[in-house]
Design a protein around this ligand. Structure first.
Ligand code: GTP
Ligand code: MG
Length: 271
């Protein structure tokens, strides 16, 4: 396997039967395949991975493994997909220099104390109807899916006052990055990201371009909050999604939860 072989990632969302593909660029950042790639065709992005695995591998081998320079193929999703892919690889591509690895999706959820990290994870797991176990790793709470997606959600301890607290968070995130962290959800309950928080996010994106960062504006209840999320996104150039994890009772009635579906697609489909 040469050092500059292509790296392709297949992400399979079984509930929605959506398959997404990313390529790693020279900087190490994962980029979704462009519309020009044969992998982007409709027939390969929707459906049961069992059925389309042969075509997926045939395209990957012809397009991204020219002169058998080698491909590192990563898979994130339920075991059905990795079984289908490795069966097909063994049958038809055993001499084609394709290295295959299944990766669990590691998602970090960070942000200041009380910004709704726990509420967010719980709401996302409920929405996915994902059974999970909860364990502690140091001060981090780890929610591990035990049925379909095999994702791990790491809730970092809330960031308090002072730079030490930010540094500690950076340390934990770097450790996770070395274990293959795929997504960082950074929670904020206001439309302001303070300078140390912004610097943390910027530093991480430089050192670990492969991590997809999303700012989650929690407790978003009004039109103004949605506008604020847009303006934050413009300012900081990081995708920002306004979310209300749990419905909220106010004097004039109940505000239903929202934004969770969009956030799940951003995590599990667009990488
Ligand atoms: N109604 C409603 N309440 C929320 C929402 N998000 C957070 N809360 C409430 O806000 C408070 C703090 O939320 P947590 O999820 O515990 O915040 P956290 O970031 O996990 O806090 P730490 O773990 O202490 O850092 C709790 O009382 C939650 O019930 C939401 O979307 N809707
Ligand atoms: Mg919490």
């Amino acid at each position: 396997m040469s050092l500059n072989c292509n790296r392709v990632k297949i992400i399979y969302n079984q509930e929605k039967r959506i398959v997404a593909y990313s390529l790693q660029n020279e900087q190490g950042k994962w980029i979704q395949v462009s519309d020009y790639s044969e992998l982007a065709q409709e027939a390969l992005s929707k459906g049961n991975i069992d059925k389309i695995a042969p075509r997926i591998l045939s395209i990957i081998n012809t397009t991204y493994n020219q002169r058998k320079r080698g491909v590192e193929l990563f898979y994130e999703g339920p075991p059905e997909g990795s079984k289908a892919l490795s069966r097909e690889l063994e049958r038809h591509y055993s001499t084609d220099n394709i290295l295959f690895a299944r990766k669990k999706t590691i998602i970090a959820v960070a942000g200041k104390t009380g910004t709704g990290k726990s509420a967010l994870i719980k709401a996302l797991l409920d929405l996915k109807e994902e059974h999970h176990t909860i364990t502690k790793k140091g001060e981090t709470v780890v929610y591990s899916g035990v049925n379909s997606s095999d994702a791990e959600w790491h809730e970092l301890p809330g960031i308090g006052f002072g730079l030490d607290s930010i540094r500690k968070t950076q340390g934990v995130l770097e450790e996770l990055a070395n274990q293959g962290l795929a997504v960082l959800l950074y929670c904020t309950s206001t439309n302001r990201i303070e300078t140390p928080e912004r610097e943390l996010l910027e530093r991480l994106s430089i050192i670990f371009p492969q991590i997809k960062t999303i700012i989650v504006m929690t407790d978003s209840v009004s039109e103004e909050d949605i506008e604020a999320a847009k303006s934050l996104e413009r300012n900081i150039s990081i995708q920002t999604i306004p979310v209300l994890a749990k419905s909220k009772r106010i004097r004039s009635g109940l505000i239903p939860s929202h934004g969770l579906d969009l956030l799940l697609s951003a995590i599990f489909e667009e990488r």
